[in-house]
Design a protein around this ligand. Structure first.
Ligand SMILES: [Zn+2]
Length: 466
């Protein structure tokens, strides 16, 4: 992977030549050692019994805690202040002896989370997408992303994906250069711009996917369903032989799934994960519930609020122990799946909303995003929505249509507006405003709720703790 780090710094034409040459190497060699080690381990350990998975999880936890205590100043202090040693944690439930970790703590003293035994030139820098606040930046080990991909590919193997299979990606990123696409021969990915302006571009995308024999489409639910809606609107013949759609990074609504599956003529796969790499869980062959993977970390679910907390095993450069994700698991929560036979734990029926995403009514009642999305869930013509809270009694409903705004869009927007007014109450004035496709597609994910209320009020997190 060091070659990849060096290659990043090269001028673009040289990089492209190298990429083409590199792309000719079989995937077995191209994906690094860390990838294959992890991938083979997961393909085998997915069928282990619960006891063996628990043992394996505990060994990884011990290694992580010993590392944190020796090398990471913040955790060293946390242990010392409580008179604890890593050996005092003998089971995942003993983790409760340690405090929760919130983003704010990391922002307060970012240096204290960096492991002292890591060499700067062997780190890569990652950041969160900032859907629940300002993005958080942190380093990861140079091979962590390979391991992360191994987890994603392992889950995708449930719908037939084999490492090295080409895929087309439609995500929130803009494509550099004048063309609306780029082909990366190294990882065999065709990246398509989510900003599609006309029928010709839609046709061109489909032709390019077909001529490259691509069988998997990967992207945000909003981007893939936007493309699907345009295909329907322009009546373009799809004529693809896709194996599966691979969704990532956003809540997937049932209408989005059925629309995309109908238009692209194949099944789809969804999983739950995050940039901080503390929890990962995907669907299986027979159930849409998220099977959290014990090989990846320890997933805790607050019995009162349903909030998911994760301790991730992948990142030793900037470890996250008991990190509060602000995502909420819905009931029921099980251990083990009778459908596929995997003894993964926990298995979450669904994950919705973010605790910190809420609108406060003039009465001081927080209304969370999982409720506020209701008026928008079954809409076919509304591509994107954002709710901006300006003051306690003033809210802006920002929205964008699928393709052009037409009478059906206006009708759905009026209905959704009424639904939102009903939820927020008559004391709140709602103003409508448009979002341009460039804004929501060009700059990554758009936060569903944007609050301009004072920070102290916004940081209510539903747990009752400060
Ligand atoms: Zn299952």
């Amino acid at each position: 992977m060091q070659i990849r780090t060096i290659a990043k710094k090269l001028p673009r034409p040289i990089k492209n030549t190298l990429k083409t040459a590199y792309g000719a190497i079989p995937s077995r060699l191209r994906l690094g050692r860390a990838f294959w080690e992890t991938y083979h381990f997961l393909q085998e350990s997915q069928w282990w019994d619960a006891g063996r998975l628990q043992d394996c999880q505990m060994r990884q936890l011990e290694r992580l805690l010993a590392h944190c205590y020796t090398n990471v100043p913040y955790y060293q202090r946390v242990f010392d202040e409580r008179g604890l040693k890593p050996s005092d944690i003998q089971s995942p439930s003993d983790l409760q002896k340690l405090p929760y970790l919130r983003k704010e703590q990391i922002r307060k003293e970012p240096q204290a989370f960096l492991a002292r035994n890591r060499r700067q030139d062997r780190l890569e820098h990652r950041y969160t997408t900032g859907t629940s606040g300002q993005p958080l930046q942190f380093p990861v080990d140079y091979d962590e992303l390979e391991r992360e991909w191994a987890f994603a590919f392992h889950q995708w193997s449930r719908v037939g994906y084999v490492p090295g299979d080409a895929r087309a990606e439609v995500r929130g990123t803009q494509i550099p250069g004048p063309k609306p696409y780029e082909w990366d021969p190294v990882i065999r990915v065709l990246r398509l711009s989510p900003v599609v302006k006309d029928k010709e571009t839609v046709q061109f995308y489909l032709d390019t996917i077909r001529s490259n024999h691509i069988r998997f489409l990967y992207g945000y639910p909003s981007s893939l369903t936007y493309l699907a809606s345009l295909i329907e609107r322009y009546k373009v013949s799809v004529n693809l032989t896709l194996t599966a759609l691979l969704f990532a990074s956003e809540t997937l609504y049932p209408w989005q799934r059925s629309l995309a599956e109908r238009v692209f003529g194949c099944r789809s796969y969804n999983f739950y994960g995050m940039a901080e790499h503390v929890v990962i869980g995907g669907e299986c062959e027979s159930s849409p519930a998220f099977h959290c993977m014990p090989q990846y970390g320890i997933t805790e679910v607050d019995p009162k609020t349903g909030e998911i907390t994760g301790t991730g095993f992948l990142n030793h450069a900037h470890p996250f122990l008991r990190y509060k994700t602000a995502d909420v698991a819905t009931q029921p929560i099980q251990s083990g799946c009778p459908g596929c036979g995997r003894n993964y734990f926990p298995i979450l029926a669904d994950v919705e909303g973010r605790l910190q995403d809420f609108v406060l009514t003039p009465e001081g009642v927080p209304i969370c995003s999982c409720v506020l999305t209701f008026p928008f869930k079954q809409r076919r013509t509304i591509a994107r929505v954002q709710i901006v809270q300006e003051t306690f009694n003033r809210v802006i409903l920002r929205s964008a249509p699928v393709g052009e705004a037409d009478a059906q869009y206006e009708a759905e927007l009026t209905e959704a507006y009424a639904g939102l007014q009903h939820i927020l109450g008559e004391g709140v004035t709602i103003r409508k405003e448009g979002i341009s496709p460039e804004e929501y597609m060009g700059q990554g994910k758009l936060r569903f709720i944007l609050s301009h209320l004072p920070r102290e009020i916004r940081c209510y997190d539903g747990s009752g703790e400060s």
